[in-house]
Design a protein around this ligand. Structure first.
Ligand code: GRF
Length: 202
């Protein structure tokens, strides 16, 4: 049976779409079991529905604090027997209940070469800092912001005439390429953590 993944979103959902497309193209042999959003108006929910995937809007307003929200979220994912959780533009930090329930089984994608430029507006940070190369990172999620062992990265050159938008758009193309790849790598196994290094066995 193919493995089950969940994608957590808060907005546009273009990375979600790249996962949906990779599954449809049989580049990724997984079942996208559910897409969860903390926001009712996330455009990605419509993308999931169009692909026939179960969606759920889990509103933080219904919960007293982050931990009780994450207990409910973990329960939703557990009942769907999800093997891997993929954050794709999910704008909430995960609390202990989720990190414990899915230890080393949560991925995030970030639009910079971590550990440079964690947090919001990573593409603007990179442009304003003046780096010559930025990129995208897929990493395992730990309790630090945009922290955790790096599964894969792609470099993107910064051009003299780049704007935040043009740089973000070139980085996004790489995000769409590497996220499905990273999901495959993690689910295929044959890797281990050495300290904070994600090492694939030969
Ligand atoms: C992406 O740039 C991703 O790296 C970051 O948030 C953005 C989400 O975009 N974490 P989308 O919703 O996948 O289009």
């Amino acid at each position: 049976m193919s493995r089950r993944i969940a994608v957590l979103i808060s907005g546009r959902g273009s990375n979600l779409q790249s996962i949906i497309d990779a599954i449809a193209a049989r580049q990724l042999d997984v079942t996208l079991r559910i897409v969860v959003s903390n926001r009712a108006d996330a455009a990605g929910l419509e993308r999931a529905r169009a692909a026939g995937v179960e969606t759920l809007h889990l509103s933080p307003r219904q919960y007293a604090d982050r931990d009780s929200y994450d207990v409910a979220l973990a329960e939703v994912l557990r009942t769907r027997e999800v093997d891997l959780v993929c954050l794709a533009g999910y704008m909430r930090l995960l609390g202990a209940p989720m990190l414990q329930a899915f230890r080393d089984r949560i991925l995030n994608i970030h639009p910079s070469l971590l550990p440079s430029f964690p947090g919001l507006e990573a593409q603007r940070q990179a442009l304003e800092y003046g780096v010559a190369v930025s990129g995208a990172t897929v990493h395992l999620v730990t309790n630090g912001l945009d922290d955790g062992p790096i599964v894969c990265q792609a470099a993107v050159p910064v051009r003299a005439d780049d704007t935040v938008e043009s740089l973000a758009s070139r980085i996004l193309s790489e995000e769409h390429r590497i996220y499905p790849e990273a999901i495959k790598i993690v689910l295929d196994g044959g890797w281990e953590l050495r300290g904070r290094r994600f090492v694939r066995r030969a």
